[in-house]
Design a protein around this ligand. Structure first.
Ligand code: ZN
Length: 276
């Protein structure tokens, strides 16, 4: 029993010693004995030295790699420039793709044959202001501009239809004007009050326009755009107002419609280039 108590005392003494050591160490600001602290400092120094060496090595490597990375940077730069130039060329190529007709926006020859003022085809109402040009097709294969103009004029006798157009472009490229552009025509539904309408003749049921008609369509449209200070974006199809299949060929062939607008745009720019 005595031995045990002596051992117990010894254990207690050690724990007291340890506690006092702990207290001293806490006072010195570190939980480690001085010898251990030195080791930590030394290893810290070693680590710092290692880090410095590593940094130096990295610098060496980066210095060695610099010419290569410079060349890589140059290559990437050149490739990016080439890509941008390629894209720009493609975009501009798409923009200038036209029929190459060399037309301009000067006033084409127009046969003015105004309709009599009447409730069915020439109401004599003034337009608000012209903010667009609407393209139509006659939907009457082989009919001439004159026949269509005369039909519009005959509506005043009460045929029951209310329809007309400011202009009609014929199969030989002739242009007939039926209504002054400052007056409303019955052609484009809710856009009647702020647009100019062009009816276009076509030889067959496909609705495709022949070359003579097409050229006059581009010239007249460009002339009207220039007159009212509009660009090609203001040129629309009857379809764009009501979704009616008019003009049939330009509704069923979107590319042909885009080409027409590009040709109008080119004709407008031709005018601008000449400074007219
Ligand atoms: Zn139409």
């Amino acid at each position: 029993m005595e031995q045990e108590s002596t051992e117990q005392k010894g254990i207690e003494q050690k724990s007291i010693d340890l506690r006092s050591t702990d207290l001293k160490q806490t006072g010195s600001g570190s939980a480690l004995p001085k010898s251990a602290q030195k080791t930590v400092r030394r290893s810290g120094k070693r680590k710092k030295t290692k880090r410095r060496k590593k940094t130096a090595r990295r610098l060496e490597i980066s210095v060695k790699l610099e010419p290569k990375s410079f060349l890589t940077g140059m290559a990437v730069g050149v490739l990016l420039t080439m890509l941008v130039m390629f894209l720009l060329t493609r975009c501009s190529a798409e923009e200038v793709e036209t029929s190459g007709l060399e037309l301009d926006a000067s006033e084409p020859e127009i046969s003015v044959q105004l309709l009599d003022v009447n409730d069915y085809s020439r109401p004599g109402i003034e337009v608000d202001s012209v903010s667009g040009v609407v393209i139509h097709y006659t939907a009457n294969p082989g009919s001439t501009a004159q026949q269509n103009r005369d039909y519009f004029n005959s509506l005043q006798d009460g045929h029951g239809a209310s329809v007309s157009s400011h202009f009609i472009v014929g199969l030989d490229g002739e242009i007939v004007q039926c209504i002054p552009t400052q007056e409303v025509a019955y052609a484009s539904n809710e856009r009647n009050h702020d647009t100019v309408s062009i009816e276009c003749c076509h030889p067959d049921s496909t609705g495709k326009f022949n070359q003579e008609t097409y050229i006059s369509m581009v010239r007249l449209t460009a002339f009207l755009c220039a007159k009212y200070n509009l660009d090609a974006d203001a040129v629309i199809r009857h379809y764009d107002v009501t979704e009616k299949n008019c003009p049939k060929y330009f509704v069923e062939n979107e590319d042909a419609w885009k080409l027409f607008k590009a040709d109008v745009d080119a004709a407008l720019k031709n005018k601008a280039d000449k400074g007219e």
